[in-house]
Write a protein that binds this ligand. Sequence first.
Ligand SMILES: O=P(O)(O)OC[C@@H](O)[C@@H](O)c1c[nH]c2ccccc12
Length: 268
Amino acid sequence: MNLIDQKFAELKAEQKTALIPFISCGDPTLEATIEIVKALESAGADMVELGVPYSDPLADGPVIQRASERALIHAVTLTDCIELGGKLRAAGVTIPLILFTYYNPIFQFGLDAFFELVKQNDISGMIVPDLPIEEDQELRQLAEKHNIHLIPLVAPTSNDRVTRIAKQAKGFVYCVSSLGVTGERSDFHKEIDEFLSVVRESSDVPIAIGFGISSREQVARFEQKCDGVIVGSAIVRTIESNVPLLLDADKKEEGLRNIQQFVSELKG
Ligand SMILES: O=P(O)(O)OC[C@@H](O)[C@@H](O)c1c[nH]c2ccccc12
């Protein structure tokens, strides 16, 4: 069984909702990312999205873009990010790992070699935000063959494609709460609740919501309606403000505690 399915089944039995942080790998260093994921897990994160830093992102807002820039100073590669999976396991992290990457790095890497490495490093799912359903056949088939969940995104503007996307989804359906780029917001798409109901009806897998969620109140609002809540920019911004501490051997623990505390608050 895939770890993502197992985690959602456990949470369902306890009537709980997954908290799913997104972070950028290598922000501020790959070593720090290992410590950060351990802190996220201790704070109650149920799975984690490992973002591959990319110089030409599509929907990343300014906070995630700056995180990518910090990582790319050290020339973090797709291979580094995938191998982080194995390193996280060696460090005792047990939550499901989801790789978040644009398609071009995968394509450059070569699909077969990519899945080999993903499999070796115990990654359970992937999100490829710029690959539309019309073009994801090859990746989807390989993912299925390797039992790695290809998690699709749907937006309130996906309209008649929602049903098709949701039906094919593996792991969970990532529902985008609002249009535009990632980043904290005070309100969401005006028909978000109707949209979530439509996705829920069309899908056999859990549904999670992300984009713009940054506070305990917002997490709680969506816990009622969704099986998972994704928080990226708000956590990445907390990492950003702790970069000086994280890079100082004597203050690193304090930085990690600050991140852990913020995520504990989100979790409630
Ligand atoms: O940062 P936010 O607003 O909390 O949204 C989640 C998000 O960061 C993450 O899932 C993500 C990062 N880059 C993306 C590009 C497209 C879709 C989603 C994403």
